[in-house]
Design a protein around this ligand. Structure first.
Ligand SMILES: NC(=O)c1ccc[n+]([C@@H]2O[C@H](COP(=O)([O-])OP(=O)(O)OC[C@H]3O[C@@H](n4cnc5c(N)ncnc54)[C@H](O)[C@@H]3O)[C@@H](O)[C@H]2O)c1
Length: 303
């Protein structure tokens, strides 16, 4: 995929952070933009910014966990602009802390948004992209799912988020394989950023009442949330840089999009442990950030 001019980009979670940056990157390339977000105010602000720059953009306030609403978005988007060329299943939320302290509601919320939200986008948009590819040999499309480095790495007190993002990685690889059975014109890709300064640390603001916790956060959850915020604020790339890297990768037809290679050593080490029949291990001596995170967690857990 090399020429997105006049194409259509659909972005969930487009009101903030990476989604917003992807929307601006799409508009910069002359694409028509369709945004979806559960946060009406953030969505409207991003739409206003895009239109002020001359982009053609429409938006829908929706929750990606609502399959019917995502289906309706796909229909509206196609009716308005034509079939989607790029679909970014990007909306996501986070949670941290000791794995046994994640509540039933935490599991339902994280898996509904991070996993089923992506599956809903795939189910709603793939048929229109395949139909467009059958009708026009020049049509090119790509479905880009936002996973995370937590989709390929595990560590202390990041269990639930890591589980959800591993699912997105598996889902994306399966999508890639399945698409390759039926077309060469519609591809898949998976974006796996490290920490980026966005509003994900405030994602509890869009947590629906049905999945609200009845009790406040535990010690481990408070400690990890504050460390994660610090990591986010000090991320090595901006959301705009990640968006540009993502578009360049999609243009190159690359599936795995790792905007930074700072954690590649950890990834290699993880697979070496598996292949060597060793137990899970993190090379703390080589990664002072991980070492101090572990130390701070252990201190936070002491009575
Ligand atoms: N920021 C990071 O460091 C980082 C790193 C790796 C992966 N990610 C992933 O990037 C994606 C985007 O997150 P971000 O960091 O830009 O966060 P963000 O909070 O700034 O943006 C996420 C957007 O998704 C929206 N959203 C949340 N739940 C939704 C739902 N149910 N339906 C529709 N919209 C919903 C939010 O309102 C928000 O506008 C997420 O999938 C996240 O897991 C982020």
């Amino acid at each position: 995929m090399s020429d997105f001019n006049k194409g259509v980009a659909v972005i969930t979670g487009g009101g903030s952070g990476l989604g917003k940056a992807l929307a601006h990157a799409a508009a910069k390339r002359g694409m028509k933009v369709v945004l979806a977000d559960v946060n009406a105010k953030a969505l409207e602000q991003t739409l206003n910014e895009l239109r002020a720059q001359g982009a053609e953009a429409i938006g829908e306030v929706l929750d990606v966990t609502d399959a019917a609403a995502v289906e309706a978005l796909a229909k509206r988007s196609e009716a308005h602009f034509g079939p989607a060329n790029l679909v970014f299943n990007n909306a996501g939320v986070a949670s941290a802390g000791l794995i046994w302290e994640s509540t039933d509601q935490d599991w339902d919320w994280l898996l509904a948004v991070n996993v089923k939200g992506v599956a809903n986008g795939i189910r709603a948009f793939t048929p229109q992209m395949l139909a467009a590819a059958s009708a026009d040999t020049a049509f090119q499309g790509c479905i880009v799912n936002t996973a995370s480095l937590a989709g390929v790495l595990t560590g202390p007190a990041m269990g639930l988020y890591s589980v959800s993002k591993h699912a997105v990685m598996a889902l994306s690889e399966c999508l890639y394989h399945d698409l390759s059975l039926v077309t060469r014109q519609v591809k898949a890709a998976v974006l796996s950023p490290s920490y980026v300064a966005t509003n994900i640390g405030q994602c509890h603001r869009v947590r629906p009442q049905q999945w609200a916790n009845s009790e406040g956060p535990t010690r481990s959850q408070m400690a990890t949330a504050s460390m994660a915020q610090n990591n986010l604020d000090n991320g090595s790339l901006t959301a705009e840089q990640v968006a540009e890297i993502t578009f360049a990768a999609v243009e190159d037809g690359r599936f795995y999009i790792f905007p930074t290679d700072e954690m590649h050593g950890l990834l290699k080490h993880r697979f070496e442990c598996m292949l060597d029949n060793a137990n899970p291990d993190l090379p703390y001596a080589d990664y002072p950030v991980l070492h101090s995170r572990r130390q701070r967690l252990m201190e936070a857990l002491v009575d």
